[in-house]
Design a binder for this molecule. Structure first.
Ligand code: HEC
Ligand code: HEC
Length: 309
């Protein structure tokens, strides 16, 4: 059975189990949710924590400097202050934790999930679970999810997965998509752009980007994000094939090392990257990816603020 058909069958079963009539469209299986307006954050002590969380989310390096090793912000990927559907919105994430994650093989609290974002996506260090940083981010998420049902996958959660590409994702085609649609903002070398030392367009690869342990280095995840959200302001204009190709091209470049690296690219590949859609440890254009990565931790490591042991 195709996966679309399976999904239809599953939601039809769910609908009949609820005793609803068959006139209810299958899509109602994932309820829609709209977070509260940004200007309705309460003017009290709790509201202060929510605002702090929002500040951290928008300007992570300014408000959580001790834990950020690159020039990115949380909002670089979770767009529109963590509100946008299909860009892994925070309100949809809040109601799904604690959750089992195959990435580390146990049930993760929300705090642990957030720590992972700092370690991998921000190429940094994990704030303690009871730190002001984590408490503020949790407060912001809780506030955004006000009134949402818990334990339910809401419409727009995560990234909308694309069907498998018709043609195998290809570096050369991806490079052409990149030149025509992405280089203007993200730079011809993918390193992003800054003005007066402040990042305005985030790096897609290289030392200022997310590291090899991050979710975005998985090609299906990157393709899904790109399809829905890029080029900026023109989401859903690339074809699925273009999104797959440019995701492959982006993730076929070197980036900071996986913080779980044990000294051997081969062993790290086997342990953490053993899927075809992950290019770590694979040779592309004659280069073994992961072999020339700078150590994890980025600027934190340079400032000796972090030990990556
Ligand atoms: C480079 C892009 C990127 C950056 C920067 C980033 N994230 Fe993420 N985030 C992702 C991806 C990709 C996933 C999904 C990973 C997966 O496939 O499990 C994710 C998942 C999450 C989730 C879980 C979502 C869910 O529905 O389960 C939360 C919460 C989250 N990120 C918060 C943050 C916070 C807070 C920051 C900043 C400290 C941050 N992220 C920075 C890309 C990013
Ligand atoms: C008009 C400028 C612009 C164009 C063109 C553009 N982007 Fe982006 N991109 C951005 C900005 C700005 C962000 C950060 C979003 C935010 O902060 O709200 C971003 C974020 C991203 C991210 C997540 C953060 C990171 O650096 O990893 C990826 C991946 C990405 N873009 C890929 C692409 C790809 C691929 C293309 C071409 C198909 C593209 N972008 C075209 C401006 C652009």
């Amino acid at each position: 059975m195709t996966s679309t058909l399976m999904r239809f069958v599953r939601s039809a079963i769910a609908v009949s189990a609820l005793g609803l009539t068959s006139s209810v469209p299958a899509q109602t299986a994932a309820p829609a949710f709209t977070p509260p307006d940004a200007d309705s954050i309460p003017d009290d002590d709790f509201g202060k924590a929510v605002r702090k969380g929002q500040d951290i989310f928008l300007k992570t390096g300014d408000h959580a400097a001790d834990f950020v090793g690159n020039t990115m912000n949380c909002v670089s990927c979770h767009m529109d202050a963590g509100r946008r559907k299909d860009a892994s919105p925070l309100w949809a994430a809040y109601v799904l934790y604690p959750a089992y994650r195959s990435k580390n093989g146990h049930v993760n609290t929300l705090a642990e999930r957030l720590q992972g974002c700092f370690r991998y996506s921000m190429n940094g260090a994990m704030p303690p679970a009871d730190s002001e940083t984590i408490v503020a981010l949790e407060s912001y998420m809780y506030w955004l999810a006000k009134g949402a049902p818990t334990g339910v996958k809401l419409e727009g959660q995560g990234f909308a997965r694309l069907p498998k590409p018709a043609q195998k994702a290809d570096y050369t085609r991806g490079q052409e998509v990149f030149r025509q649609n992405c280089a203007l903002c993200h730079g011809a070398n993918g390193a992003g752009q800054s003005v007066n030392g402040k990042m305005v367009f985030p790096a897609l690869w290289g030392d200022d980007s997310f590291n090899w342990g991050a979710g975005m280095q998985s090609i299906p995840t990157a393709a899904a994000f790109i399809k829905a959200n890029m080029p900026l302001g023109k989401g859903n204009t690339l074809s699925d094939q273009q999104a797959w190709d440019v995701a492959y091209f982006m993730n076929a470049h070197e980036r900071p090392q996986d913080p779980r690296f044990n000294g051997s690219v081969e062993e790290t590949q086997k342990k953490f990257h053993d899927v075809a859609t992950d290019l770590y440890g694979q040779t592309v254009n004659g280069k073994l990816l992961g072999a020339r990565s700078t150590p994890a931790g980025g600027k934190l490591r340079a400032e000796s603020k972090v030990s990556m042991k």
